[in-house]
Design a protein around this ligand. Sequence first.
Ligand code: FES
Ligand code: FES
Length: 189
Amino acid sequence: MEIELEINDVEWTVDAAKSDSLLDVLRRNGYTGAKRGCDTGACGFCTVHVDGEPVKSCVEPVMNVEDASVETIEGLGEQDELHPVQQAFVDNTALQCGFCIPGMIMRSTALLEANTDPTEQEVREALSDNLCRCTGYKKIVEAVLDAAERMDGGTAVAADGGKAVEGNERVANSTECTVNDCDCMEGGQ
Ligand code: FES
Ligand code: FES
């Protein structure tokens, strides 16, 4: 059967079986950013937006998204012009293997569209359906809080101290040494 839907602002008519999930159809048509982890709705690796809401695409029958607007991580930003949430994940080194990250980022962008200034607890609750086996969540949560500041036009400093961001402009972040006349820029030793 044929299903019509919009993927990242492009109209698609896709061939699909009744048993296909949205994830099956996305990956078959080149949208491989959504990952297949558990395939049972438990891990969140396959999270995309359907009409603006985060959805686990592995357990979403494609028949349910007829005429819907689907956004995948490929629709968020370009390699040289990342979405602020993507950039915050990079700058905060919020990933190791990266397999969970597309789903984490899609979940995070949905959160920040609904709540521009979340608390750490709200971020943790929003991400609670998305599992990560590598990072222990700390850096991921820091990245989302950092992204919230960036999207608010404020100044954010990556948790690793390596970069500072003012609006969209990245600036160097260094700390002058306070010991006598030392100029090592490493901070007080
Ligand atoms: S692959 Fe969809 S929730 Fe795990
Ligand atoms: S970074 Fe490896 S699963 Fe999350």
